[in-house]
Design a protein around this ligand. Structure first.
Ligand SMILES: NC(=O)C1=CN([C@@H]2O[C@H](COP(=O)(O)OP(=O)(O)OC[C@H]3O[C@@H](n4cnc5c(N)ncnc54)[C@H](O)[C@@H]3O)[C@@H](O)[C@H]2O)C=CC1
Ligand SMILES: O=P(O)(O)OC[C@H]1O[C@](O)(CO)[C@@H](O)[C@@H]1O
Length: 376
């Protein structure tokens, strides 16, 4: 019988990165998604192309997959999970609670003698798989599964129609080895590590902080594309200033050397300015409430810097720009702007949006940033 992997979220990173690597590792990939049009296209088309851009680029064909609508074909997804070796997700961190019940049902149907299911949530979040595991355990207290956190890094801008994906050739998929009592699964391209924290924090607080800061400052200054925004000296300086702050934290906390982190910053700036990846400020800024939450790319490092008595003014400046992210097509932007127009006091809004409590060393500065936005 062939090895299979169920992957939730057949979007950009799902088709372009996770599923392609699972396919290359010899798994039959079963896509599960709620987008009927996308699932219909995957069911109708036997293969798609992953078109790489950049150093060492090679085009890859993904085929031999199945695709299921996880709403209307839920029982088929459950059956596929019962048989699978691996379950991955790339749905967005806030969606994980909605996929957990299907995974819990699939786990309940597994042969008790089968090897534990390997579950990896491939989202931009610290402890993304822990969020999923906690939701699964609410429904199945002792699931036969190994839940492993990961850091996933590859820029996949918005695609324009069809199943093919245009993607940067750079990729990094780092997975926590410690939950595995024995051998780790044979998944192409994964780097297994004993301590994921430095990798996920370096990625989230450099790549994602830089990208999102460029997006929010870029939109603020009227730019549409990230690379055009970053080509302007004042915006590049703003992003570099933010990265100097997160560097101070990453170097102090994880022991990266200054040079090593600076090299990582330069590589990041080159990647996000790639003229062949037409990324927009709106895509990269999407989901501002998630991005402004407590352990995310701005507030996470700013809070830790403040706790160490170190400055975080440029991160706060980027937070100010994020509060002005007003894109009607983005549900979280609409929610954010509604909150900011609600008439509630700045302190209450700062606490609700960022999760920082009064008394925290960052709190008063955050209230000032929110107040500035309310006064504009
Ligand atoms: N695009 C990128 O460059 C990168 C994205 N990520 C992370 O990967 C995740 C996915 O991002 P993208 O692929 O860009 O987004 P996307 O919007 O292209 O794909 C998300 C997919 O999840 C599906 N989905 C939503 N709710 C679902 C549910 N309940 N069940 C099953 N499927 C569901 C959507 O229909 C969509 O097809 C996010 O957490 C993002 O932060 C991580 C690294 C890079
Ligand atoms: O949903 P998010 O967090 O914006 O995810 C996409 C981000 O991840 C990245 O791909 C970096 O890995 C960037 O393209 C982008 O900033």
């Amino acid at each position: 019988m062939s090895r299979s992997a169920v992957h939730f979220g057949a979007g950009n990173i799902g088709r372009g990165f996770v599923a392609q690597f699972l396919h290359e590792s010899g798994y039959e990939v079963v896509f599960a998604d709620v987008n009927e049009e996308l699932i219909g296209a995957l069911q109708a088309q036997p293969s798609y192309l992953v078109h790489e851009i950049g150093e060492g680029a090679v085009d890859k064909v993904v085929d031999g997959y199945r695709a299921l609508n996880s709403r209307s074909q839920e029982s088929d997804v459950v059956a596929a999970i019962a048989e699978a070796e691996v379950v991955t997700t790339a749905v967005g961190a806030r969606i994980l609670p909605f996929v957990a019940p299907v995974i819990a049902q699939g786990l309940a149907l597994r042969d008790p003698d089968a090897a534990p299911l390997v579950v990896i949530a491939c989202e931009n979040a610290i402890g993304g798989t822990d969020i999923l595991a906690a939701e699964v355990r609410k429904l199945n207290a002792e699931p036969s599964a190994i839940f492993a956190n990961c850091a996933i890094d590859r820029i996949v801008p918005e695609q324009h129609g069809g199943l093919d994906v245009t993607i940067e050739s750079f990729h990094e998929w780092v997975v926590d080895r410690t939950p595995f009592p024995g051998a780790t699964p044979d998944i192409h391209g994964v780097t297994w590590v004993d301590d994921l924290r430095p990798f996920i924090e370096r990625k989230l607080f450099t790549v994602n902080t830089a990208h999102a800061a460029a997006a929010y400052h870029g939109l603020d200054r009227g730019w549409t594309r990230i690379r055009e925004a970053l080509a302007t000296p004042e915006l590049q300086a703003e992003v570099r200033a933010v990265l100097a702050e997160t560097k101070a934290l990453l170097v102090a906390k994880h022991g990266f050397s200054d040079d090593e982190q600076q090299a990582y910053i330069e590589k990041t700036l080159k990647r996000i300015s790639n003229p062949e990846l037409p990324d927009t400020c709106e895509r990269v800024g999407r989901g501002p409430l998630r991005k402004l939450s407590r352990h995310e790319r701005f507030i996470g490092p700013a809070a830790e810097l403040a706790e160490r008595g170190l400055p975080a003014w440029d991160l706060l400046n980027a937070v100010g720009a994020a509060l002005r992210f007003d894109v009607p097509e983005d549900a979280e932007s609409v929610e954010l702007q509604a909150l900011l127009s609600s008439g509630r006091p700045a302190a209450e809004l700062a606490r609700e949006i960022t999760g920082i409590e009064p008394g925290h060393p960052l709190f008063d500065s955050l209230v000032e940033v929110v107040q500035l936005r309310l006064d504009r």
